[in-house]
Design a protein around this ligand. Sequence first.
Ligand SMILES: [Zn+2]
Length: 504
Amino acid sequence: MRRLALALALLTLAGPACDWEHAALMNSIPIKGKPSVNPTVHVYLGLDGLSHRAVTKARARGAFAGWDVARFIPMFPATSDASWTRILHTGRFAGYEYGHYDPRHDKLYNTSVEGVLVHAIPPLDSLAHLLPETVRAPVYYEAFDHHATDYISSVWSYERPVFGWYRALDHLFVALAGRSEKQHTFSAYMLEGDVIGHIRSEEDFVDVLVTLSERIQDFKRRHPERSFVFTLFGDHGMDSVRKPPQYVVDFRDQMRAVGITPVDTLERADKVAGPAAVAVLHTRVTYVALHTRPARVAEVARLASTAPAADLVIARGSSPGSGYPEDLEWVDAWREGALAARFGYQRSTDTYWLPADVDWAALDLPVAFTPGAESGVFTDETLFAASAERTYPDFFFRARTALEPISVEFPAEAVVSLRDPYMSVGFLVPIVGGLDLASAASHGAMSGQGSVSALLTEERSLPATVRSDTLLELFPALSEHLLQRGLTLLPGADGASLDYAGLP
Ligand SMILES: [Zn+2]
């Protein structure tokens, strides 16, 4: 509770010290520019929790007519902070979310109220030095010209999300009008859609999307002096699977029941007889990250996969034996106590080695082998195309990179993807209590609509399915904008690029 007190103190302290509304206004004061200097303005909106299915329903109601739309597949686990960081190639986040395990200090961070409350802290540089390093605003916030309207916008968002959405839209279009006098690219972030999805319903989210489409058209009508070209993209989808209270679980309870001792440190794990792991519960999402000693990974992953809430456990693996090159990096997928799948990745050639004796069809992964062959070698494009519209979209790339330090400094050794309708209870949420909060839908798991976000644009044509890691390749103006904002763009995952035109 000490950190909570600190955060609240900062919130109240910050009020009189600066005036964020005023600052936002000054930022968006319409200093008149010449439309001939920037006749076209590219607008990139990052919408948290933008699910492809909600977009499809909004389009059925006439929204975003004439735009190109793609299924947009985020990283696994499909969760906000790590995913935005991955999409935008910005500086790495410590863990998948604020709550994370740091192996350098063998310690869990932000595992209670402060992990959630930090979202209510404004990303102002002038205040950053007052915060502990572990609760500082993520770097990806800096990718956006506009994303919060005042110090308590996050609190508004959680308590009255639809009201928060409309309020955020008002501010967004004021900011756009101001910035477009001088800028030819504008980027903004909206959190509220994610909250509406978690707490309210898909229909409510469809409603606000329809309104967003109308507001965009209205804005264009009122600003005929320039042409505005919009692109919308999300960090994950929303599964729209209601979570009954008995399925909102503390995974540590299930670990105990299947023989894994949940611990807070690996030092403690070493003293326990039998398998032990640090579980990071994060927020109310459908995955759990497990940190354990390398020697214990397979055992922990296997046992964790027998927990009722587990669908798949993705973990670092090892070679099944001879017949494979030595430079392969192996990934295991455990289900119900058995090794459901394993594959090796060859980084130098960006190819995947798949054993033929795995029941790939049981994972809804249609891959074909030469008859009699013990294994097959597949290109990233082949496997992307095979899995793009299946139960586990982009399975191979996402399973592999979940365990690599790409947008995350300290990836887990194993990630549990939960089964419907289970959801992790998460660390305590201080604003409103009860198991009903944020139980209308969630995301994070490898399967389902939570792993299918959307990419919509007026700028160009799109492939049917886009790997979210490649957004900046498809939209170089956004990439250039981030560089102009002073961001250092990280190279991202090895082998993330896809030859979309050459997909099988
Ligand atoms: Zn999100």
